[in-house]
Design a protein around this ligand. Structure first.
Ligand SMILES: Cc1cc2nc3c(=O)[nH]c(=O)nc-3n(C[C@H](O)[C@H](O)[C@H](O)COP(=O)(O)O)c2cc1C
Ligand SMILES: Nc1ncnc2c1ncn2[C@@H]1O[C@H](COP(=O)(O)OP(=O)(O)OP(=O)(O)O)[C@@H](O)[C@H]1O
Length: 310
């Protein structure tokens, strides 16, 4: 049995479904509109709602991009999709085997394994080998195979279609307000707390270093006002993303100083909601001037966080 057959077999759905398909990286406002419409139609038709999401980005597997940073981890993506009310979330590895299927072959699998009766798609969505399955073709296949098709209007902001590409661009410009507007929530990073180089304590500013996946999209290097979520509780915080040029630079790290907090958090899972950039990362001439700057940054972060919406 191939990997794809195994994945479909273990995801088997018996109750007929209204289904949507995509990568859903970021689960941005456009994705949310589509997922909400899928849930709404399932309720109206008395069917179960389902979403198929891909592990591994099609554009990477098909060699169109060499690197494509993810806005959300798989875990965040699944939690966000479920929080919208989608009953079944099916993960499929986007492999060459999957990429080689025609729209007809892929929708056959959706009908036979996931009992698809209606497919909900967004603007310009295509499915199957060489992106051959556009809305007209999917409608025609559906008429023969027993599913109907709904095409959802694009969600737009300022006449631009909301897309993960737009969000990645705003991240590289450190425009976290724009990212927030496009996602419909604050951008957040989640990971395990790992050990740093132990300099933070010496500076009098202890930091929790986050373990970050190599393919995680990050805002541009800099200092950000953030909120840290630990064991269900939010704490005001400040986060430095960067290479610490004052100490000779190194591997990019994401380190957070949580205000009024002095508990050991090594190995805990920490989520950081990134609210606003305070300044870019700078190479200081002395550790003292870095320390003075950080003390000022902390005051600014407190002011920003007192007024922030998320
Ligand atoms: C709020 C904040 C701002 C920071 N800004 C800078 C900076 O502009 N330049 C820099 O070289 N390091 C900066 N750092 C990183 C410190 O150099 C770092 O916390 C220290 O080296 C400890 O690193 P460690 O956790 O790897 O031991 C900042 C850290 C924090 C918490
Ligand atoms: N702005 C939007 N409004 C409504 N639906 C959208 C929007 N953006 C994407 N979708 C739909 O969400 C589904 C999942 O899309 P998917 O994540 O696979 O790729 P996409 O369209 O390239 O999205 P993005 O460019 O944001 O990564 C598709 O049906 C897609 O058409």
């Amino acid at each position: 049995m191939t990997q794809l057959q195994k994945e479909f077999k273990s995801a088997e759905l018996i109750q007929p479904t209204v289904l949507t398909v995509g990568v859903f990286d970021g689960v941005h406002l456009g994705h949310q509109a589509l997922l909400k419409e899928t849930v709404r139609q399932a309720v109206v038709l008395g069917l179960a709602s389902a979403a198929v999401t891909f592990i591994g980005h099609p554009r990477l597997v098909l060699g169109k991009h060499r690197e494509l940073p993810h806005l959300t981890s798989i875990k965040q993506r699944l939690n966000l999709i479920k929080a919208i009310g989608i009953k079944h979330v099916v993960c499929l590895t986007f492999s060459e085997e999957l990429a080689a299927l025609s729209a007809e072959q892929f929708t056959d699998l959706l009908v036979s394994h996931l009992s698809m009766r209606r497919l909900v798609i967004g603007p310009d969505f295509t499915l199957g080998r060489d992106r051959s399955g556009n809305a007209a073709i999917l409608k025609d296949i559906g008429a023969r195979k027993g599913f109907s098709l709904t095409v959802v209007e694009p969600e737009q902001i300022d006449n631009a279609k909301i897309s993960s590409t737009l969000i990645r661009k705003a991240m590289t410009q450190s425009d976290m307000e724009r990212v927030h507007q496009l996602l419909g929530r604050c951008f957040s990073l989640e990971g395990r707390v790992i050990t740093g180089e132990g300099r933070g304590m010496g500076l009098g500013i202890p930091t929790a270093n986050l373990e970050i996946a190599a393919d995680q999209a990050l805002p541009a290097d800099g200092v950000y006002a953030t909120r840290a979520l630990i064991a269900g509780q939010y704490w005001p915080a400040i986060t430095n993303i960067g290479t610490r040029p004052t100490f000779g630079g190194g591997k990019r790290s994401v380190e957070t100083h949580i205000f009024d907090f002095n508990t050991q958090v090594y190995d805990d899972i920490l989520e950081i909601a990134i609210i606003k950039q305070i300044r870019p990362e700078i190479k200081f001439d002395s550790v003292d001037s870095l320390k003075k700057q950080i003390e000022g940054d902390i005051l600014r972060a407190r002011t920003i966080l007192a007024k922030a919406e998320c």
